[in-house]
Design a protein around this ligand. Structure first.
Ligand SMILES: C[S@@+](CC[C@H](N)C(=O)[O-])C[C@H]1O[C@@H](n2cnc3c(N)ncnc32)[C@H](O)[C@@H]1O
Length: 210
């Protein structure tokens, strides 16, 4: 039953994101969705649990961490407890406002938030130990997904770690197939690529910048 619900939810989520959505559409979608976003990610405890597990796989104590598509700050809740410094970037002002409220309520003093676009991060090369991102890649066309992963590689220090949390493209078509992920990551210069499928629909991807 839970498996069917998860698959249904991921396929429905996919319908809200048209192929190659414009940035205006993304901003509008999350202006609307931000009001109930945390409820929609809370019905399945596996979403939060696996997001937390992904951060634990790539974030080590004292790291400078970048979260691309920070949303309402889900990954920050877990990773900021380990990281030295945590920077969250998002295109949606409404999602950033929700994240800011939570971060201040939780007194997470090492977290800062910025508006930005994942395709052109306004960040210097080689400045982060780890880059994490959860459920953001589906917002891009395939060529843009490759660019986003390249940007993530650019801002990582040598031997920096990437951690992605997504649904399985083989189950819900909007998301990335295994072969696609391997292609993006190896083309961007990552190795030690590990793809772990968990809880019916979820996928944790980790890799290291060569
Ligand atoms: C499904 S939400 C995921 C939020 C959070 N990471 C989580 O797992 O709960 C996707 C997020 O990606 C952000 N996003 C979409 N396109 C973006 C872009 N071009 N640059 C930065 N963030 C973007 C959205 O605004 C939204 O907050």
């Amino acid at each position: 039953m839970m498996k069917r619900l998860r698959i249904f939810y991921m396929r429905m989520t996919g319908l809200s994101i048209p192929w190659k959505a414009s940035r205006t559409y993304t901003a509008f979608l999350y202006w609307l969705w931000s009001r109930i976003y945390d409820l929609t990610i809370s019905w399945d405890p596996a979403y939060r649990a696996n997001a937390g597990r992904m951060t634990q796989k790539v974030v080590t104590p004292g790291d400078r961490v970048l979260d691309v598509g920070v949303g309402t700050g889900l990954l920050a809740e877990y990773a900021s407890k380990i990281a030295g410094d945590y920077v969250g970037i998002d295109y949606s002002g409404a999602m950033l406002a929700k994240a800011a409220g939570k971060i201040s309520a939780m007194k997470l003093q090492n977290v800062s938030l910025r508006w930005g676009d994942a395709v052109h991060l306004n960040i210097e090369d080689g400045t982060f130990d780890a880059v994490v991102s959860s459920f953001m890649l589906p917002h891009f066309s395939k060529p843009e997904r490759a660019e986003v992963i390249m940007e993530m590689a650019r801002v990582l220090k040598p031997s920096g770690r990437i951690g992605l949390f997504l649904a399985q493209g083989e189950v819900a078509p909007l998301f990335c197939l295994k072969a696609e992920l391997l292609d993006y990551l190896s083309s961007a210069g990552f190795d030690q690529i590990d793809i772990e499928d968990c809880d019916d629909v979820y996928r944790i991807i980790t890799a290291v910048k060569a």
